[in-house]
Design a binder for this molecule. Structure first.
Ligand code: SAM
Length: 295
């Protein structure tokens, strides 16, 4: 468990401001004008990992987000109860499960995954969930914060993806946020290249796909040191960039993608039916509370 002081450390506070500024700019179509950013934020729905202190909410409200559109998410029930006591709305669920069960008629504009974990298998699963989420579109702004180190379980995955990127003249970056994005982009490119007819160069198609994605995503990165433990945190903010097709939506698609994203030795379990059913119930309850408040 990360100590509370680490959520309020100066480097983290500075980073948090940087993150929401980058999000606001992207929502406003890269506009630096505060009024355009406030307008865009006031209409946007954001899902964010709240943690025990829910500090992000104040920063987001300051940028113009509305309470009813700021959905706190955490596996920790006590954190969600605290959000509700403070007047906010939230769901106790795994972010990936929430994304794949999210309704298509409630577009998600922002996903903030300040996980405070390393580049683990669940970070790879998060990308698969974003691809398969009915609420996520190519315009959704995503922010991911990953700890450098503590990621032995994905060393083999990263080495393999590094080889794939090498074949198209790209390197796997050391920055964990950038590495996560490049690695997952490379996998998405490989999945589409696998469907090619004979005679077309797989590498050419992959290179075009990865570069095209990066152009749309316009990722920006930041690194800060968590002062107490001197842990390095690598974060990336980008537009998702991947157009969501109906055949790649929802639970089945998410399970298939998790398999496609895996490698020998890292076999992801399919989402549990019980957990997904619970997530759907909680999401329905969240919507009911939100509607009641609006009325
Ligand atoms: C670093 S804290 C968030 C801190 C918050 N962003 C802030 O700036 O104060 C991360 C929180 O996310 C939760 N968490 C981590 N991974 C999660 C996941 N995949 N789904 C849901 N909750 C998750 C943890 O329980 C923890 O409370």
């Amino acid at each position: 468990m990360v100590g509370l002081a680490e959520y309020t450390s100066r480097p983290k506070e500075t980073w948090r401001g940087w993150q929401w500024n980058r999000i606001a700019e992207r929502l406003a179509g890269d506009s630096k004008a505060p009024s355009a950013q406030r307008r865009a934020c006031s209409r946007a729905t954001a899902l964010y990992l709240c943690g025990p202190e829910d500090i992000d909410r104040q920063v987001a409200l300051g940028k113009g987000f509305r309470t009813e559109n700021l959905v706190a998410v955490d596996l920790d029930e006590a954190s969600i109860l605290r959000v509700r006591e403070g007047g906010g709305i939230g769901v106790c669920a795994r972010l990936e499960e929430l994304l794949v069960t999210w309704p298509a008629d409630w577009p998600i504009d922002v996903v903030v995954a300040d996980t405070c974990t390393g580049f683990s298998a669940s970070a790879i699963g998060l990308f698969a969930a974003l691809v398969a989420s009915p609420g996520v579109s190519d315009r959704t702004v995503v922010s991911v914060n990953l700890q450098r180190g503590r990621d032995k379980d994905t060393t083999e995955w990263r080495e393999k993806i590094g080889g794939g990127l090498g074949a198209i003249g790209e390197e796997l970056p050391k920055h964990r946020g950038h590495e996560w994005l490049m690695g997952c982009n490379c996998l998405m490119a490989a999945i589409s290249a696998n469907r090619l007819p004979r005679g077309i160069s797989r590498n050419d198609v992959m290179a075009a796909r990865v570069h095209g994605l990066l152009e749309r995503q316009e990722p920006v990165t930041q690194t800060y040191r968590n002062s107490k433990r001197s842990v390095r945190m690598d974060s990336v903010v980008f537009r998702f960039g991947l157009a969501n097709s109906p055949e790649c939506n929802g639970l089945e698609a998410a399970n298939a993608l998790r398999q496609a994203f895996a490698y020998e030795g890292m076999v992801p379990k399919p989402y549990s039916d019980t957990r997904i059913a619970r997530c759907r119930r909680r999401l329905a309850a969240l919507r009911a509370v939100r509607t009641r408040r609006a009325g």
